[in-house]
Design a protein around this ligand. Structure first.
Ligand code: FAD
Length: 307
């Protein structure tokens, strides 16, 4: 229930405008967001890399409503890429990109998002890194997968995301499970209706394991994106059973969440990629993080009353 309230609030501009101005909320955001500038994000990446982990960087922003904003988001990603190259971080830092940030929802949005994504991915390649296209709510899944399919014709290492909570995902996993296919598997962070998504945690976890099984069997490069101890153990078991070498999969977790577990996995020889978001447009991302863990609300409550 609380999850639904928070995820609904994440879409309401008036709440957004009030929240972003409240200093206690901004302070709590620091746990989940690496800073407002690309320089701050790259400082975080350098710290992460020093501990044997790697990163994927997200310039925060979504649901862009104008062509100018889509272009600004594209330019921000291009600037990020040149800074990654300048600081010699291409081997440890990829990019994560939301199609809605670069124009997908605008009229003619498919072509616009494709053009902007191509510019970003071409620059990423030039710099020696690559891009994963994030997945947003279920109304965008078909459009985003179509975009990725087109992008992969020129840039086959473009990654994307499947969300285990959606009923459609086992069949998507089947379709996208082929050698070289970089697929991040997560539970799904959006407020989805029961007609398209599991709402029960056990069903979501069962779907997660089934989808991961398909990705591994089909020879994909799975990016196991979860902090859930049961799913991490299930992934370790499936990968070991399949005899997967360490460079054929990775674990992914979010900046600020379970850092000790991130380090444990990295120290055990697994690739661990940390999703590092930065920028001023943190509201939607932050609300999804609040919705994931009820205890975060208590922290927020304490921050708001100054304790
Ligand atoms: P949960 O059951 O939610 O969490 C397991 C445990 O992890 C919790 O008990 C808690 O200890 C810890 N934890 C989890 N979340 C939090 C939190 N917010 N604060 C504090 N502790 C927490 N979703 C999408 O829909 N599209 C995407 O493109 C996408 N990309 C992602 C990329 C990465 C690298 C990761 C890790 C997640 C991504 N997600 C994405 C989010 C994902 O769908 C889940 O919402 C999120 O990971 C929480 O699910 P969980 O698997 O960690 O399990």
């Amino acid at each position: 229930m609380m999850r639904r309230v928070l995820l609904t609030a994440a879409k309401i501009p008036a709440i957004r405008n009030l929240s972003v101005r409240l200093p206690p909320i901004r302070r709590m955001v620091d746990r989940f967001v690496a800073g407002e500038t690309p320089e701050a994000a790259l400082d975080a990446v350098a710290r992460i890399a020093a501990t044997g982990r790697v990163a994927t960087i997200d310039h925060l922003g979504e649901d862009t409503t104008t062509q100018a904003a889509a272009l600004a988001a594209t330019d921000a990603n291009l600037r990020l890429i040149s800074l990654i190259a300048e600081r010699g971080l291409a081997e440890v830092a990829e990019l994560s990109l939301k199609a809605s940030a670069i124009g997908q929802a605008l009229p003619g949005g498919h072509a616009l998002a494709q053009e902007n994504a191509e510019r970003i991915i071409a620059a990423a390649h030039e710099a020696g890194t690559r891009v994963t296209i994030d997945m947003e709510d279920h109304t965008t899944t078909d459009a985003t997968l179509a975009l990725v399919q087109e992008l992969r014709e020129e840039f086959p290492d473009t990654g994307t995301v499947l969300q285990a909570m959606l009923h459609r995902t086992p069949s998507d996993a089947e379709r996208w499970a082929h050698p070289g296919s970089r697929i991040r598997l997560c539970k799904g962070a959006y407020n989805e209706p029961a007609s398209v998504a599991h709402t029960d945690k056990r069903a979501i976890n069962a779907s997660y394991v089934a989808c991961l099984h398909r990705l591994i069997d089909g020879g994909a490069h799975p990016m196991v994106a979860t902090h859930d101890p049961a799913l991490i153990q299930a992934a370790l078991d499936l990968l070991a059973e399949a005899g997967r070498p360490a460079d054929s999969y990775e674990f992914q977790m979010l900046y600020g969440i379970r850092p000790t577990e991130q380090q444990r996995l990295a120290d055990a020889g697994h690739t661990v990629r940390v999703y590092v978001p930065y920028g001023t447009d943190w509201y939607g991302y932050f609300m999804r993080r609040l919705a994931e863990k009820p205890a975060n609300l208590a922290l927020l409550g304490r921050a708001l009353i100054g304790r």
